[in-house]
Every structure is written in C-alpha cells, then in structure tokens.
Write a protein that binds this ligand. Structure first.
Ligand SMILES: *Cc1c(COP(=O)(O)O)cnc(C)c1O
Length: 413
C-alpha cells in the first residue's frame, strides 16, 4: 500500500473500525445523576456527593484532604492563594505546558518564571529549575505531562534546599505513580482537572488535594469567601475577599463513578501504550515520549510522540495531524511554548497587569530550546485510542505508516 491514496485526498480511511468513544459512561452514571436530581439536593451545602467524592479522590491518591472546585484552573489559583503566594512572588512552571499553568499564576498577581523541560519525558528539568531560582521564588509547579510523573526526587531536593513550595500540576495525571506512590501527595499539594478530555470527567471540574488540612481549609476560604466552619454568630468575622469555586452535586456524583473506572482504564492504556511504543519504535520519524523507570504507573491521559517531518517528505506537522484525523485517528498538536504565545510575547495581561510592570520578565528574549522543539514536533493522540484492543493499535500504526509511505514516495516521484 505504498501509494495508497490518503483519506485527506479522498482515499479510504486506514482505520476501519472506530476507536472507543469518549467519555465512557453507563447506567451507573445515569443512576447517580438521577439520584441527585430526585433528592433535590443539587448543591454541596445540602448534599453529600461533593464531600464523598473529596474523601474518595484524596484517599485514592494517598492524601488526607481535598477541595473539589469548578475546574483545574481555579484549583491552581486557589492553591497559590492558600500557599500565600501573591504580588512580587515568582512561581517556576514549565515552558512546555497548557497556557493555564502559567496564566493562573498571573491571575493571583504572581509572576510565572519559565523553565525548560526534559527532551525525553517532556517534564520540568530539575537543573533548569535550579538555574531559574531567584530570591523572589516561592514555589515550583511541575506538570506531570500526559501522566508521566516529573522527577520528584530531584525536584523535592531542589525545593528543600531553597525552601520552596511544590504544587503538583496533575491536571492530566490522575492515578499516575512515582516509585509506587500516587501523584498528589508527592509535594506540598496537587491539583487535577476533570475537563472533558481528561482521564476522568464530568465535562468540567477540578480538585485540590493535600496532606495539610490547614491548607485545604485556606483553599476553602478563598473558594467560598468564608471559612468552612459555618458559624452564624461569627458571620462577617470569618469572611475574606474570595470567590465562589464550588462544584455542584451532579458532577461530583458522576466523578465518583468515573473514579471507579480509572484503574481498569489505566491498565488498558498502559497495555496498549507499551505495544504502541514498541511498534512505533520501528517507524522512522516517530519518537514516542520516553519513560523514566521510576514512573511505576503512567495514566496516559494523552499519547505523545515527536514527529520528524524530514522522514515524511517534509510534510508540516499541521498537515500530518490533519491527515491522521482524516484516516480516523484523533490527533492534535499540543502546546505552543508559553513564551512564544502572543499573550506572553506582548505581556498582554490587562487589566491585572501593565505590560511595563517592572516585576514582569521579558519573555521574548527567553530561550527554552527543548520546549521550543517540542512545541514544534510533538503530536498528541486522544487517550481513547488506547482504550480499544490490539487491533486498534495495529490500525493506528498502519495509519501512520500509510502517511509516511505516501509522503516518502510522493517526494521522489
Ligand atoms: C486541562 C489542563 C489544565 C486546566 O484545567 P481546566 O479544568 O481546563 O481549567 C491545566 N493544566 C493542564 C496541563 C491541562 O491539561
């Protein structure tokens, strides 16, 4: 099939049977939602679902407490506020991540300091972190990329040496493990997202977990504008300038069921990702995300690989992704390097910040070479491609090989 017509040019698709759909649900989610509906207790103030989900999700990750919120971005902002981070403080984040990791820092009036990532794991490089530390640095926010855990041994060592807070940005790392320990309790606190593309979802949602009960209480304070202990007599005295970040009962009820599915889904993705790694090892121009041997469980909330256009007749990454989608493989390009986004280039953070605020670094002169290359080369596959069987994985590899064979021969023709 070396010259098979690409689906993008009107040929038949390489994928003959569709991948499993996402999100996955059954009558258990339906029953959970209907039970909340019929209880008429739709808010956490009178219901029990949010509180139960907080307990279950924290326990699953080996943490003592949790606060469920509206989304992952709110979870980052509240965590920073509750750790006492604000104007004049610097927070180190990877230059290769979803932009919300960095913008959430700006939204609490603190400054994101970008650091480069490891070319194999795509996670924060501890040496780059250490080099980025200044007297203003207060926290490090490692992103466990697609479920690959950051080198927490090295990062915690750096953090301890400099007295820094470590917030695990585990928005896409539900259930991943570092040397047998789940993410979420490897630093001072952690955040997760339940947005629709993540490994468990209620459409939107987020959570903060930590072993520090007092910290979780402070998160509640800023996410509610008042303390957790409702004391009518003290009302007014227990209020702070906060927001409302509360999760409702229905998504919490759905997430309790989604959490029960997580182990099985991770096991399937781990199995299929291992096969995919092996098969793609033989495809020129494609290099899967590497894996640190200390990552004992990788939730694969995406499957990421580097795409080398030279091996595909110089087909641009954007076109390769379009061609893959046409063949029936849900693919997308991940992230622009944070310092290359228009927002950071122009420091257009109004109305919170003036572009010439002396606290803001010049992001345009920054160089984070690995993040820049990854932003160019990394292609992501939706994790549902790993939820099928081995035939699905074989067809996926077939789709990539079809495009490569077409491009390679198209070039010399
Ligand atoms: C999705 C995501 C977030 C934000 O979560 P939301 O729930 O969409 O606000 C933050 N960081 C990363 C790495 C993400 O993928």
């Amino acid at each position: 099939m070396s010259r098979a017509t690409l689906a993008i040019h009107g040929g038949s698709t390489a994928k003959t049977k569709p991948f499993p759909e996402w999100p996955i649900y059954d009558e258990r989610e339906a029953a959970a939602v209907v039970a909340v509906l019929e209880s008429r207790q739709w808010a956490q103030s009178s219901g029990s679902q949010v509180a139960a989900f907080e307990r279950e999700f924290a326990a699953y990750h080996g943490a003592g407490g949790a606060l469920a919120v509206g989304n992952g971005t709110q979870a980052i902002e509240l965590s920073l506020l509750a750790h006492g981070i604000g104007r004049g403080d610097e927070v180190i984040v990877p230059a290769f991540t979803y932009i919300a990791t960095a913008t959430a820092v700006l939204c609490v009036n603190a400054v994101p300091t970008l650091a480069d990532v490891d070319p194999h794991t795509y996670c924060l490089d501890p040496a780059a972190v250490e080099a980025a530390i200044t007297p203003r640095t207060r926290a490090i926010m490692p992103v466990h990329m697609a479920g690959h855990v950051t080198d927490m041994d090295a990062l915690n060592t750096v953090a301890r040496r400099h007295g820094l807070v470590v917030i695990e940005e585990a928005a896409i790392a539900h259930g991943s493990e570092w040397r047998g320990r789940r993410v979420g309790a490897l630093g001072d606190s952690a955040i997760f997202s339940f947005q629709a593309i993540k490994a468990m979802t209620a459409g939107e949602g987020g959570i903060i977990i930590s072993n520090n009960a007092e910290f979780i209480d402070r998160c509640f304070l800023f996410g509610n504008g008042r303390s957790r202990q409702v004391n009518r007599a003290a009302l007014g005295r227990d209020q702070v300038l906060g927001s409302n970040c509360r999760l409702a009962e229905m998504p919490a009820a759905m997430l309790r069921v989604q959490l029960q599915r997580l182990d099985k889904q991770i096991a399937r993705r781990e199995h299929n990702a291992a096969l995919l790694d092996q098969l793609l090892g033989d495809v020129e121009g494609v290099t899967p995300q590497g894996r640190d041997g200390r990552v004992t469980r990788h939730c694969h909330s995406m499957y990421m690989f580097r795409y080398n256009a030279a091996a595909f007749g110089d087909m641009p990454g954007r076109e390769f992704v379009e061609a893959l989608n046409a063949e029936g493989v849900p693919a997308f390009q991940a992230f622009t390097a944070v310092h290359h986004t228009p927002l950071f280039r122009q420091r257009s953070f109004a109305p919170r910040w003036r572009a010439d605020d002396p606290l803001l670094p010049d992001y345009t002169s920054a160089r984070h070479p690995v993040a820049e290359v990854l932003a160019d080369e990394v292609v992501c596959l939706h994790h549902r491609v790993l939820l099928g069987d081995e035939a699905d994985v074989n067809e996926l590899v077939g789709a990539i090989e079809k495009i490569r064979a077409h491009q390679a021969t198209a070039c010399v023709a």
